[in-house]
Design a protein around this ligand. Sequence first.
Ligand code: HPA
Length: 247
Amino acid sequence: MDDIALAVIGGTGLYKLAALDEVEALEGMTPYGAASGPVRVGRIAGQRVAFMARHGEGHSLPPHQVNYRANLWRLKQVGARQVLAINAVGGITERFGPRVLALPDQLIDYTWGRISTFCEEPGTEVLHVDFGDPYTPALRARVLAAAARSGTALVDGGCYGATQGPRLETRAEIARLRRDGCDLVGMTGMPEAGLARELGLDYACLAVVANWAAGCGDDAEITLAEVLANVEAASAGLPALLEALLG
Ligand code: HPA
């Protein structure tokens, strides 16, 4: 079997990859328990691509209950080495309004109580992985080049603040994130990125801005309908971006 060129983890509003041809579903268990669902492997631009829905295909898992370790382990187990994570986010600063696609280059982790390392079990080697650049620069560069080639508007850079959820944030919490330097806020960016680094996987986050975060932009009430409509609209450019990335 030839290698998997890319694994895509789909977030809220992205439960399958329409661009995947000849899809087969791989079921399997990991030492860390069950992943969110099957890995669906197909082809884009002739290359093998794996897809997993982070919240489960029926969106049954809230951000704090996703088994991030199992998901990444499973993707590595089936042969993935490069992971493009798609995350619905709220926009905090001006450049990150609803429907923007962004490729953050930094993150701050505000989550708590999630298993955030593979160094939990007694006897495992303690890893202090370098995380100065939480997203793999070489993979980011490839995604940016693919966006340029395919004419997909993509904001380069930004800091992703990972909050615990599942509730949305207060205005004061978002004001604090802004002071800290966050441009985007989401609930699933960590521990996923850190675990990918521990496994030696290349990892980049494609953030899909679903709404203005609390107190930002038009400061309107955030509804699920708005989130899903904006994610769907912003994801329209994804097939062309993936074709360019893999072509
Ligand atoms: N906050 C946190 N996570 C999110 C948001 C938000 O405003 N929108 C989509 N995911």
